[in-house]
Design a protein around this ligand. Structure first.
Ligand code: XMP
Ligand code: MG
Length: 187
């Protein structure tokens, strides 16, 4: 559908589906359906996490509620500085709730560590993270991520929510872009 823009398929649609099921199983063990904190609150980070988040919510055998945040990180287009600006904040108070941040990808981990600090000041009952993808650099940060779908090489990837200049999010798999496509910016 995008001609030959995609250089390789890194993770197939079937592999994603199987992994989402595994993650849902793991996560549901920690959040009982009748928890006193109420339904598990999934906080998705727009826009990259939406495909993963909706599939995860459907696969989870416990009731979930969905909230979204949009953040933008200051810095160059290819690396985040760790200074984050909230473009869209949560609509609801998360105090006393079990909160699970849903991320598409952790690269340096700077965005996530900022987000964790920010949300923890709002006094949730618990705060955890699930990410579909993790790049090698993320292991050097202090962010504790309980649930990781796939560890991937340090390559720019697109598809299943991930974009290059807002394109390719609609691909059902995760792939790498042909270098020809990105002469300039990579996010
Ligand atoms: P940090 O470095 O703070 O950044 O963990 C995480 C954010 O960077 C973006 N990102 C990517 N987006 N393909 C993308 O489409 C990639 O390979 C990629 N690597 C990092 C993404 O917005 C993520 O939330
Ligand atoms: Mg992007």
């Amino acid at each position: 559908m995008y001609g030959d823009d995609i250089a390789s398929v890194l993770i197939t649609e079937e592999e994603i589906e199987a992994k989402v099921g595994e993650l849902a199983e793991l996560i549901s063990k920690r959040y009982p359906a009748d928890a006193p904190e109420g339904d598990l609150l999934l906080v998705g980070v727009l826009k990259g996490a939406i495909f993963f988040m909706t599939d995860l919510a459907k696969a989870l055998p416990v009731p979930t509620q969905l909230e979204f945040m949009a953040v933008s990180s200051y810095g160059s287009s290819t690396s985040s500085s760790g200074v984050v600006r909230i473009m869209k904040d949560l609509d609801k108070d998360i105090a006393g709730r079990n909160v699970l941040i849903v991320e598409d990808i952790i690269d340096s981990g700077l965005t996530l560590s900022w987000l964790m600090r920010n949300l923890s000041t709002r006094n949730p009952a618990s705060l955890e993270v699930v990410t579909l993808l993790r790049k090698p650099d993320a292991l050097r940060t202090q962010v504790e991520v309980a649930n990781v779908g796939f560890d991937i090489p340090n390559e720019f990837v697109v598809g299943y929510g991930l974009d290059y200049a807002e394109r390719y999010r609609d691909l059902p798999y995760i792939g790498t872009l042909h270098p020809r496509v990105y002469g300039g910016e990579t996010d």
